[in-house]
Design a protein. Structure first.
Length: 428
């Protein structure tokens, strides 16, 4: 990559919609230059329930990021939640096409495309395909076969499919918000790939993203994305519990959770009291941090117990790499202690280390940009046009905003662009 590249990620969550503008330089270092974060509407447990409300939330988040940078956003990297996702082992086999038997980009593209030649039910849509290994004439465990000499090229991979209805509704919202889609990636795949260390991905680790309406559990091992599952419980359930028990409005309960919340009862303070407005009353009640920690801790303990049950159901009996938590609620005091107490494992919280987004709730938005940069570096760059332009030159996008590629790449769409075109046909 001869110059820096702009990326814009879109994370549509049940609690908030986040837009991140990032610039990746020649050393693959990410610099976050714009952030949009608004409370979401029309989304429940990762599923669109109101198109118009969701579109409005996306527009507001985009507007925030644009105002911060003075740029106009044209296209985004979209994250798809793991709801209803299925992982399937696939295999592709092709003959090397060049006369000198050197494996090229074209061969790589053909073998990955051949792995998708299978019967996918009409109600499901392909999201991504992940190579596990390439095999050149029976020599396996190859990460990148290009430049090697061989007669036959094989690929073992994992095909990720999800509900066509879920994907198309998300795409409809993005389209109606005036945005085009640069790439589509499964959220836990993109986030976990960069949230976990190399040892954690190799040894076997559970990556748990606690969102507002749901919790996503993903298993990594042998440097592969192995399994994922979604539990319909998240941080919003803690807010609801506080609202009901304290008899206070939901928005007030959310503020109390962020300002005074503590997940581990033994470490919570019983000294300082704070006032809580009561629904339908002029008076205010007083509570201590320890009192609400019993409410918060009870719900989160139930969540971690559900995680244990789901891990057992998924066939996970041992996690040498431990557990990595992320998501907005994991920045709350006491979450780490409670997780270690219930899960009986080594646990850490992942927080992005970039100025402006040093909070766990931005893990997905950051991961999408990092993953997109990695994939484009491996599979080839795009030439569709600029991701974002300065507002005063939007009609005349400078050529330097697009990545330069050689002629053989210009007319060859990547695998992921092919998948995107299949999805876009839904709207034609």
């Amino acid at each position: 990559m001869s110059q820096s590249e702009l990326y814009v990620s879109l994370d549509i969550g049940s609690t908030s919609v986040k837009v991140l503008i990032g610039e990746v330089d020649v050393d693959n270092t990410l610099h976050v230059i714009g952030v949009g974060n608004v409370q979401s509407a029309g989304i429940r447990k990762g599923t669109i329930i109101d198109i118009d409300a969701t579109v409005e939330s996306i527009k507001k988040a985009v507007d925030q990021a644009e105002r911060m940078t003075g740029m106009q956003i044209h296209e985004v990297i979209l994250g798809i939640p793991a709801n209803g996702v299925l992982l399937q082992d696939v295999k592709g086999v092709v003959a090397v096409s060049s006369e000198n038997r050197e494996i090229t980009d074209e061969d790589l593209d053909r073998v990955m495309s051949s792995a998708q030649v299978m019967s996918v039910p009409p109600e499901r849509e392909i999201v991504n395909i992940i190579p596990k290994q390439f095999i050149v004439d029976d020599y396996g465990e190859i990460k990148d076969p290009r430049g090697m000499i061989g007669v036959r090229l094989e690929m073992d991979g994992t095909l990720i499919t999800t509900s066509k209805t879920l994907v198309h509704n998300i795409l409809r919202c993005v389209e109606r918000a005036g945005l085009s889609i640069r790439e589509i990636y499964l959220q836990p795949l993109a986030t976990g790939t960069f949230a976990l260390s190399e040892d954690e991905k190799n040894h076997g680790t559970a990556f748990i993203d606690i969102g507002g309406g749901s919790t996503t559990i993903s298993i990594f091992g042998d440097d592969l994305f192995m399994a994922t599952s979604v539990l319909p419980v998240g941080g919003d359930h803690v807010t609801k519990d506080l609202s009901i028990i304290l008899k206070t409005p939901t928005e007030q309960a959310r503020k109390i959770k962020h300002q005074y919340g503590h997940a581990f009862y033994d470490d919570a303070s019983d000294d300082e009291l704070f006032e809580v407005p009561v629904i339908g009353a002029e008076s205010k009640d007083q509570y201590s941090q320890r009192y609400i920690s019993e409410i918060i801790g009870g719900r989160l303990e139930e969540l971690f117990e559900l995680v244990l049950e789901e891990l057992y159901r998924m066939g996970v009996r041992d996690l040498p790499g431990g557990v990595v938590l992320t998501g907005g609620i994991t920045k709350m005091d006491g979450v780490l202690q409670l997780a270690r107490h219930v899960l009986k494992s080594r646990v850490r919280v992942h927080t992005p280390e970039y100025i402006g987004v040093r909070e766990p709730m931005y893990s997905t938005a950051v991961g999408l940009i990092q993953y997109a940069n990695q994939q484009e570096a491996f599979f080839g760059a795009r030439t569709d046009g600029p991701t974002a332009t300065h507002a005063d030159t939007a009609s005349l996008a400078p050529a330097s905003n697009t990545r330069q590629v050689d002629k053989r790449q210009e007319n060859k769409p990547s695998l992921f662009n092919k998948a995107k075109k299949v999805l876009n046909n839904f709207f034609e």
